[in-house]
Design a protein around this ligand. Structure first.
Ligand SMILES: [Zn+2]
Ligand SMILES: [Zn+2]
Length: 225
């Protein structure tokens, strides 16, 4: 393979993601969305390829196309794409480390095992920088295939964790009182939470997970009570 520039590497990854989106098997309505995602990724690649070293305008236009793709990906989880596809595409330009998928905190041990396996699979691919450069097509397709499996698992876990009888176990995985270590915590206004033991604490202190505020399923459940 000939030596390549970061811009060309980024464009190549956008093209590969577009092809994966086009080739992905899905229900007809999802297929339509996947085709739109592919079109946005293709224009991101074209913008990136038009970079001639004089101005950064192509990168701004590229980011807009990528934002459009992410908007669709976020709205349509059935596409089994993750918003992190953008981080992979821009990584050659930004030199930012490849993203770790957010933790799912499954209550069911089988899903926890599956999550660990997919994390290991992804970590292995991330570490294989040689393959990423010498055979980007195969490498990035493999990354996107693993992320698709992860996205599917994320959907399954979200449904399973939301079952009412799993509520306490979900809370135990996300919350930990700074005083008693318990997870029966009420989340109130102004980011203030109160544990069943009576200890008041900031939301962030009561959360032992990596979630952001309202995005935490344990916080949402308590707030709805
Ligand atoms: Zn407590
Ligand atoms: Zn959480």
């Amino acid at each position: 393979m000939t030596s390549t520039t970061p811009a060309r590497m980024a464009a190549t990854r956008a093209r590969i993601a577009a092809n994966v989106a086009r080739d992905r098997f899905a229900a007809p309505t999802t297929l339509r969305v996947l085709r739109f995602i592919a079109a946005h990724l293709d224009s991101a690649a074209a913008e990136c390829e038009s970079y001639d070293g004089t101005t950064n305008a192509p990168f701004s236009r590229m980011m807009r196309s990528l934002d459009d793709a992410v908007e669709l990906i976020t709205m349509h989880t059935d596409t089994r794409f993750t918003a992190s596809v953008v981080d992979y595409i821009t990584a050659p330009l930004s030199a930012v480390p490849l993203p770790e998928p957010r933790r799912l905190y499954p209550v069911d041990a089988r899903y926890a095992e599956r999550e660990s396996a997919l994390r290991a699979e992804l970590a292995q691919l991330h570490a294989d920088t040689g393959a990423a450069e010498s055979d980007p097509e195969r490498w990035f397709s493999a990354v996107l295939a693993t992320l698709a499996k992860w996205a599917r698992l994320a959907g399954i876990v979200a449904v399973d964790n939301a079952r009412p009888y799993n509520r306490a176990r979900v809370a135990a995985l996300h919350l930990k009182c700074i005083d008693c270590g318990g997870s029966t915590i009420q989340f109130g206004a102004r980011q203030w939470a109160v544990c069943a033991c009576g200890k008041g604490q900031a939301w962030a202190d009561a959360m032992s997970c990596e979630c952001f505020g309202y995005a935490c399923p344990a916080v949402r459940h308590d707030a709805a009570n």
